[in-house]
Design a protein around this ligand. Sequence first.
Ligand SMILES: [Zn+2]
Length: 64
Amino acid sequence: MKKSKIKTCKYPNCNKEVPSDNSLFCMEHRRSLKEKRHVVGTAIGSLAFLGATTLANSIKKKKI
Ligand SMILES: [Zn+2]
């Protein structure tokens, strides 16, 4: 009976242990993904802004 399951990094071809149970990636990939997320987050942020504007416009059109 072994209950402790060691979680490994979800990054392809990486089998390193994750620092904590809620982490999906190892320290190395957490760091690299965090940097990537910053770039992606900015892109998604501007897309969300555009989407919100479009949505607001369509709602306005429906009301009129
Ligand atoms: Zn990794």
